[in-house]
Design a protein around this ligand. Structure first.
Ligand code: SF4
Length: 225
């Protein structure tokens, strides 16, 4: 095969379908509060009932890695968060994560927990959901992912009600999650009162971090914030 014939394939290997790239304040997880550039990849194989990014299920535009890196660089932020949708649903996401780390960014990945995380660059901080029953998608949890978590990673439980909370507590205890990584409990915005969740966490003396979505306190449910 000559160089010209392989060029289209090479170009295709260096691009991703992107819903949006935007500069905001990280609203969740360990990096909360940092000015961060978000790269939102299009598509997700799950359908959580409380999903707040359904607009990323379809559409978007194909953008090559150089274009993505150039737009990220415009914002002069140290933190970059690759999110979705489910970013790992596009296999080339792994290459983008490595490229962002190579440039020197502090990179985090927000992932559903339904897809294999073992091949993610170890420089990336993985923020992985475990879907509680109230999401409607708990059967999709890939529990083998728990074997790959390190102290750099975070497991996030997004909780709708007491049933979700009890399920999360059982998983945390049975799997001894807090011994392996940071554990985050987050109430579904507008569904579970954060004060109620705070009381439950304190009563049970859980080794978890309560978090609320800072960006929604600042800007509500406005997309791209
Ligand atoms: S995994 Fe994330 S993007 Fe996909 S449906 Fe659930 S909340 Fe929405």
């Amino acid at each position: 095969m000559n160089a010209n014939a392989s060029a289209p394939a090479d170009a295709a290997a260096q691009r991703l379908r992107i819903s949006e790239i935007f500069h905001s304040i990280q609203g969740e997880a360990d990096a909360v509060g940092w000015p961060t550039v978000f790269v939102r990849l299009t598509g997700c194989p799950l359908r959580c009932v409380w999903c707040d990014t359904a607009y990323a299920f379809e559409g978007g535009t194909w953008r090559n890695f150089d274009e993505i890196l150039a737009e990220v660089g415009k914002h002069r932020a140290h933190h970059v968060c690759v999110t979705g949708g489910e970013p790992l649903a596009q296999k080339r996401c792994l290459d983008l994560l490595a490229r962002l780390c190579d440039v020197g960014y502090e990179v985090s990945l927000e992932t559903s927990g339904a897809l294999d995380i073992s091949q993610v660059d170890p420089r990336v901080r993985r923020v992985m959901d475990l879907k509680a029953p109230g999401s409607g998608e708990s059967a999709r949890n890939l529990m083998s992912n728990l074997e790959h978590l390190t102290v750099r990673d975070q497991v996030k439980f997004v909780l709708t009600d007491r049933t979700d909370y009890d399920w999360a507590v059982a998983v945390v205890r049975e799997r001894e999650l807090a011994a392996h990584c940071m554990v985050l409990f987050s109430p579904v915005y507008g569904k579970l009162d954060p004060c109620t969740l705070a009381e439950w966490v304190l009563q049970d003396q859980l080794p978890v971090r309560l978090q609320v979505q800072l960006h929604k306190i600042l800007w509500g449910e406005e997309p791209g914030r």
